[in-house]
Design a protein around this ligand. Structure first.
Ligand SMILES: *[C@@H]1O[C@H](CO)[C@@H](O)[C@H](O)[C@H]1NC(C)=O
Ligand SMILES: *[C@@H]1O[C@H](CO)[C@@H](O)[C@H](O)[C@H]1NC(C)=O
Ligand SMILES: *[C@@H]1O[C@H](CO)[C@@H](O)[C@H](O)[C@H]1NC(C)=O
Length: 181
């Protein structure tokens, strides 16, 4: 809002104030209503809460009495800004890629992973860029189906080897027994 517009509005409000009876009055810069952050408009003798005129914070229209309110408001705004700030995209998982090219993504962004052919994603839900630039969710992995097959073959081979070993041992024992008879 422009300064002139504000002055105009203040003048209108002052006029309205004079014609209506508000339940509170200014005595000097003291309002006769108890409450936090309450002050009196110097020019128009209106009782105001700092929240009513928060747009004036850190402008020349800001009331002296609203100084601590304005600083607290700025602190909260800064905190909120950092809460919803961007996240840095983590390292690409092995055998996969992201569906986004940029290294920074906005708050709430869901990071989708596309695994290479023959690999499947270990998670069902993508990671999400959450509060204060932290990622929420499980770290995605691209697991290879071919790798799984090789372990299956390996265990089958071991089982076969064990079976073979046992049968050889049995044969030897049987043979030794026959020899001793
Ligand atoms: C404030 O003062 C005005 C004028 O004296 C009076 O009418 C009003 O009731 C007072 N309000 C409070 C909350 O004391
Ligand atoms: C507003 O500031 C003046 C000047 O320091 C002070 O005397 C007055 O008590 C303050 N009023 C309120 C409601 O804090
Ligand atoms: C993120 O912050 C908001 C606001 O402080 C809070 O309500 C919410 O629970 C937080 N989310 C997580 C996952 O911590």
């Amino acid at each position: 809002m422009a300064y002139d517009t504000k002055l105009f509005l203040a003048a209108v409000c002052g006029a309205v104030y004079l014609t209506t009876s508000e339940p509170y009055t200014c005595y000097g810069d003291i309002c006769n209503v108890s409450g936090k952050y309450q002050y009196c408009d110097v020019t128009y003798k209106l009782c105001r809460y700092c929240a009513d005129v928060q747009d004036d914070c850190f402008t020349r229209l800001q009331s002296y009495n609203c100084t601590s309110y304005c600083y607290e408001r700025r602190r909260n705004q800064d905190l909120e800004r950092s809460r919803v700030s961007d996240c840095t995209v983590p390292h690409v998982p092995e055998n996969g890629r992201y569906d986004v090219k940029s290294s920074q993504v906005p708050f709430g962004f869901k990071l989708n992973v596309i695994c290479d052919d023959g690999y499947t994603l270990s998670v069902s839900e993508p990671m999400r860029c959450g509060n204060f630039s932290t990622w929420f969710g499980l770290k995605p992995l691209c697991q290879g189906a071919s790798q799984d097959m090789s372990t299956v073959w390996k265990s089958m081979l071991i089982a076969f080897g064990l079976l073979l070993g046992v049968s050889v041992m049995v044969n030897i024992i049987v043979g030794v027994c026959r020899f001793l008879k």
